[in-house]
Each structure stands twice: as structure tokens, then as C-alpha cells.
Design a protein around this ligand. Structure first.
Ligand SMILES: *[C@@H]1O[C@H](CO)[C@@H](O)[C@H](O)[C@H]1NC(C)=O
Ligand SMILES: *[C@@H]1O[C@H](CO)[C@@H](O)[C@H](O)[C@H]1NC(C)=O
Ligand SMILES: *[C@@H]1O[C@H](CO)[C@@H](O)[C@H](O)[C@H]1NC(C)=O
Ligand SMILES: *[C@@H]1O[C@H](CO)[C@@H](O)[C@H](O)[C@H]1NC(C)=O
Ligand SMILES: *[C@@H]1O[C@H](CO)[C@@H](O)[C@H](O)[C@H]1NC(C)=O
Ligand SMILES: *[C@@H]1O[C@H](CO)[C@@H](O)[C@H](O)[C@H]1NC(C)=O
Length: 508
């Protein structure tokens, strides 16, 4: 009760200050309970009113009144013909509400600022643009450190201007609530005691215990003998993708997808598109191939069982560089101009969801079990997303360098590249660094899991290295490429394909 009182007092004071005594800020009461305050923290990355509402409700049904209040357009204040939510930047609760209010309107950030000396919530795609009229609280930047630390799901980049007050207790509460079979039970029970966790990683225990790594079709271990050297498009890097029948697909800059028979090392087929540079390849569960074209912002779907293979073409607004297929056959189709990760229905190409949080190009997205995704970006963060909520559940801030590839090890650990030359392996549960693989002498570009569970990496040092993923020791150093090695793909046979400007090596 005391808490409520103090809230009302703060609210009252700020209203006096701004000379806006009004009952419009009902949400300070309905959203001010401990549980709803927590739910606001969890939902900071929601997007669109429907998803934001759902997120608040999923966390605790009590918060639907809070949602009604913060999404009620009648609660807005009209200043100079523009509607604003009032927001006092000194109140952490109002700061969170402002952010979610903006997210519900499909705008990336909400910042509490002043317009004509009235404290309001300003929605912006880039808080850096709000240089005028910002209060000191709203411009506090979060400093990055060189040490790699896991952070809770708040905005942490150095360039962001969200308040520091939102950095605590922002992770979901219960360890079971994400599991769809237990949602109804746990939704009704979150309490203050379960939410008052200082360790922001406890909620991942469900995640790690139910982790079922991909079972390889065999446990073949690479001998490191070069089987074939194939020649693709020498003018560009060629994205590689192993196909279920043992073949290998490679992209080109002239619109052809080459299909290679890797048993005998011959080019057996071309899929020809009107679009040119192929940046990404992915597979649907029925074996259909998905290709992403950078310049044309297009995705195509191919049925390889047909001679006339092209079955669908979708025009998209995003850069398909980080294209991947989710277990339900939805596509991560790329990232849009605001660096949101876009999810589309692969049957009709419609946008289903946008994941908002990155602030720079996204290099790779991988699917994790139980509806999670991991993404790495030029913004130097690795984010773990809960797709059901559309929110970040873990944010790994790489500090000084970015990761351009990620891989989920069979142990359930996440491997990602840091500092260019070394691969760090993290425990997703507690964010601890488990081990580091060092040995490359230049930037690493891609990671690939081998059939025996070990990890391969391609590098600008012209080598491909194979690491024992259990103890980090270097097992194989594959040398044959003359230039930097870009893409890797593990074939169904267990062999490894590596690529350097169209030179494709098949390693047995
Ligand atoms: C208070 O809110 C009501 C309804 O939204 C509005 O009509 C009124 O003008 C507001 N009062 C002030 C002082 O802003
Ligand atoms: C910012 O403040 C200045 C005066 O300090 C004012 O003229 C201007 O309209 C304000 N800008 C916004 C967006 O409120
Ligand atoms: C691969 O699996 C088979 C059967 O599960 C087993 O007999 C064999 O020893 C395994 N080989 C290696 C190298 O682990
Ligand atoms: C595929 O395209 C390449 C390069 O354009 C060409 O050299 C090759 O003959 C084609 N192969 C087939 C099987 O069509
Ligand atoms: C193509 O053929 C393979 C092998 O017969 C089959 O497993 C696969 O499902 C087929 N793909 C489609 C899209 O029908
Ligand atoms: C790692 O494990 C492999 C295979 O078990 C073994 O050969 C190697 O010596 C180990 N390396 C270290 C550093 O323990």
C-alpha cells in the first residue's frame, strides 16, 4: 500500500509540475503493482498493440487492466495537434510504459522527454535523433565494458538512450511458463517472491533441460582428406547448403543455384532465376529450397523434385542475408531497414512477426529448441529470443567486437565468434563462458556443426579448422584454399563442404 501511495505522490507532484492535473494517468495505478511492473519489463521488446497486449496478459492476467489503460487512446494528451502519452522521465515505471506504448504503435523506442515543457513520451525509430529537450535521465547511456557479460533483456547498447532504471529484474519469472503445456497453470501464479531474482539467468533452466540437439543421421568423423575441388562462381562468395539427398547447393552472383553431386563431384543441375546475387539458402521441411536475393529483395522457393522447379516468388522489404527456416516452416526472411528480424509464412510470404531489438545488420539467425532463436548482429550483441512472446530473453553484449556466426553445440552450449579470431562457447543457462577455441590467425567467418558433434570454422586465414567441442582442442587443420574461406556446410554423408570465392572443397 505504501508503494501505491508513494506512486500517487510522485504522480501528483509531476502533474503539479507540468500543470496537467488530469485523471488520464490511471495506468500508474493499474500498472504499478509489483507483478505488472515486472510484466512491463518482460514485454519491453513486444511489437504491435496486439502482441504487446498479449505479452502483458500472458505474464499475468491481472495486467490486462494496465494494458487497457496504456493502450487507451483517450489517455493521450494533445499538444500542438499531436497526441502524446504523458511521461515523467524520473519515474522508472512511466519510462517503461512509454517504451511499450511506442512499441505497441510499431515504433522502436519510447523516450520520456519534454515538449513545450510538458513531460511526454516521444516515440522514435532512433533515440539518437531526440537530441533536443531530453532530460538527463533519459540520456543516460549504458557503458559497455570489455568483459563479456550477459545482460537482462533491456536495451544495453552504448548508443541507446533508455534509462538505466530498467536494467533489473527484467527476465521472465517462472522456469516453466514458456512451455506451452504448462502455461495455463503458471500464468496464474507468478508472485513477487519468484520475480525478485537478481540472477537474470535462472529462467533459462527449462530451456537447457529440454534442449534436444539435432541428431545427426550418422556420427561420421572427418578424416580431413580433400575429396573434390569444385568450381562455382569465382567472382563472388558462394553461399552453400547441404541438401537432404546428399547433394550440395551453392549460390552465385549470376542468378544460378548450382546443384552438385558430392559423391562423384560433378555439377548436375542449375536452377536459374531472373534475380542475380544469391545471398542465402535455406530448406523447408519437405526438402524445398529457399533462396534469398539481396539486390532484388526477393525470396524464391524451389521444388527440386520438379524439372520446372521454381514454385514461388515473394517480394520482400528486408535484406535476406540472415534467411533461415524455423521448425514450423516459417521463414526468418531477413532484417528490415530498422534492423528488425522479419518472420514470414513460407506458404504465402506474409509477414507474421517482427523482432525488434537489434540496431545494426543481422548476420545470422539460428533456431534453438522450444521456440527460441539466437541472432548475432553487427551491433555487437547476440540475442536470444522467445518467439511466443516476441521478446529478447537473453542479451549477450559482446562489447568490442561482433559475432558473424553462431552454432548450437550438442551439449546445448552456444558457440559464437568473438574478437574475430576466436570462438567462445557460452552456457545459455547462466551466461558463463565455458571455453574458447583459439588458433585461427585471422577473422573467422562461419561455424558449422559436424555430424560427430564437433565444430568446424572457416577463416580469412585460408584454413578450415575442426575443434573438439568438448575440450576445445584443435583436431584438424584443413588447408587447400588460396583465399579467405567463407561458407561451410556439413553434408548428409558427414563430409564437409567449404567455399572460397567459388572454389568449393569437399572434405571427407
Ligand atoms: C483531461 O482529460 C480529459 C479527457 O481526456 C480532457 O478532456 C481534458 O481536457 C484534460 N484536462 C487537462 C487539463 O488536460
Ligand atoms: C525543444 O525545446 C525548444 C525550446 O527549448 C522548443 O522551441 C522546441 O519546440 C522543443 N522541441 C520539441 C520537439 O518539443
Ligand atoms: C557411431 O555409432 C555406431 C552405432 O551407434 C557405433 O557403433 C560407432 O562406434 C560410432 N562411431 C563413432 C566413431 O563414434
Ligand atoms: C550450369 O551453369 C554453368 C555456369 O553458367 C554452366 O557452365 C554449366 O554447363 C551449367 N550446367 C548445367 C548442368 O546446366
Ligand atoms: C521430393 O522427393 C523426395 C524423395 O522422394 C521426398 O522425400 C520429398 O518429400 C519430395 N519433396 C516434395 C516437396 O515433394
Ligand atoms: C580432447 O579430447 C580428444 C578426444 O577425446 C583427445 O584426443 C584430446 O587429447 C583432448 N584434448 C585435451 C586438450 O584434453
Amino acid at each position: 500500500m505504501l508503494k501505491y501511495l508513494s506512486l500517487v505522490v510522485i504522480l501528483f507532484a509531476s502533474q503539479i509540475e507540468s500543470n496537467l492535473i488530469n485523471e488520464s494517468k490511471l495506468w500508474s495505478i493499474t500498472c504499478g503493482s509489483d507483478t505488472c511492473s515486472q510484466s512491463l519489463s518482460v514485454c519491453l521488446y513486444c511489437y504491435g498493440e496486439r502482441q504487446c497486449r498479449q505479452c502483458l496478459f500472458n505474464f499475468n492476467q491481472e495486467c490486462s487492466a494496465c494494458a487497457d489503460d496504456i493502450f487507451d487512446k483517450n489517455n493521450l494528451e494533445n499538444i500542438n495537434g499531436k497526441d502524446y502519452l504523458l511521461c515523467d522521465s524520473s519515474d522508472p515505471l512511466q519510462v517503461k510504459i512509454c517504451h511499450i506504448h511506442c512499441r505497441s504503435r510499431n515504433i522502436a523506442y519510447g523516450v520520456c522527454t519534454k515538449v513545450q515543457n510538458i513531460p511526454v513520451c516521444e516515440c522514435t525509430a532512433d533515440p539518437g535523433l531526440l537530441t533536443t529537450n531530453k532530460t538527463t535521465t533519459a540520456t543516460t547511456t549504458v557503458s559497455t565494458t570489455q568483459t563479456t557479460t550477459w545482460q537482462s533483456s533491456t536495451i544495453t547498447s552504448a548508443t541507446r538512450t533508455l534509462p538505466t532504471s530498467t536494467t533489473t529484474a527484467t527476465t521472465p519469472v517462472s522456469t516453466t511458463w514458456r512451455d506451452s503445456t504448462t502455461t495455463t497453470v503458471t500464468r496464474t501464479v507468478p508472485t513477487v517472491t519468484t520475480t525478485a531474482t537478481t540472477g537474470s539467468f535462472s529462467s533459462l533452466s527449462t530451456f537447457s533441460t529440454t534442449l534436444k540437439p539435432i541428431n545427426p543421421s550418422n556420427n561420421y568423423s572427418l578424416t580431413g582428406v580433400l575429396k573434390f575441388k569444385l568450381t562455382g562462381d569465382k567472382t563472388n562468395r558462394n553461399v552453400l547448403l547441404a541438401l537432404p539427398n546428399g547433394d550440395l547447393a551453392s549460390g552465385t552472383s549470376y542468378g544460378k543455384i548450382h546443384i552438385w553431386n558430392t559423391k562423384i563431384g560433378v555439377l548436375k543441375r542449375n536452377l536459374t532465376s531472373n534475380y542475380k546475387t544469391i545471398w542465402s539458402l535455406s530448406l523447408l521441411s519437405n526438402g524445398n529450397l529457399v533462396s534469398g536475393y539481396y539486390d532484388a529483395k526477393t525470396i524464391q522457393i524451389w521444388d527440386l523434385n520438379r524439372t520446372d522447379s521454381l514454385i514461388k516468388t515473394f517480394q520482400i522489404d528486408e535484406n535476406p542475408y540472415c534467411l533461415t527456416t524455423l521448425p514450423n516452416d516459417d521463414l526468418v526472411s531477413g532484417f528490415d531497414l530498422s534492423y528488425n528480424i522479419v518472420l514470414r509464412d513460407s506458404t504465402n510470404g506474409f509477414v507474421k512477426q517482427k523482432l525488434v531489438g537489434h540496431i545494426h545488420s543481422i548476420y545470422q539467425v539460428i533456431s534453438l529448441p522450444n521456440g527460441y532463436l539466437a541472432s548475432c548482429s553487427e551491433d555487437r550483441t547476440i540475442k536470444i529470443w522467445n518467439l511466443n512472446l516476441g521478446s529478447v530473453v537473453r542479451n549477450f553484449d559482446n562489447g568490442q567486437s561482433y559475432s558473424n556466426s553462431l552454432a548450437l553445440l550438442n551439449s546445448g552450449y552456444l558457440a559464437g565468434i568473438v574478437q574475430g579470431n576466436s570462438i567462445n562457447v557460452w552456457n545459455l543457462e547462466d551466461g558463463n563462458l565455458v571455453r574458447s577455441f583459439t588458433g585461427h590467425t585471422d577473422r573467422i567467418f562461419r561455424l558449422a556443426i559436424l555430424n560427430d558433434g564437433n565444430l568446424a570454422s572457416s577463416s580469412f586465414d585460408k584454413t578450415v579448422k575442426v575443434w573438439n567441442s568438448k575440450n576445445g582442442s584443435l583436431m584438424k587443420n584443413l588447408v587447400s584454399h588460396s583465399y579467405q574461406v567463407w561458407y561451410l556446410s556439413t553434408l548428409t554423408s558427414g563430409y564437409l563442404a567449404s567455399e572460397s570465392f567459388g572454389e568449393i572443397c569437399i572434405w571427407s
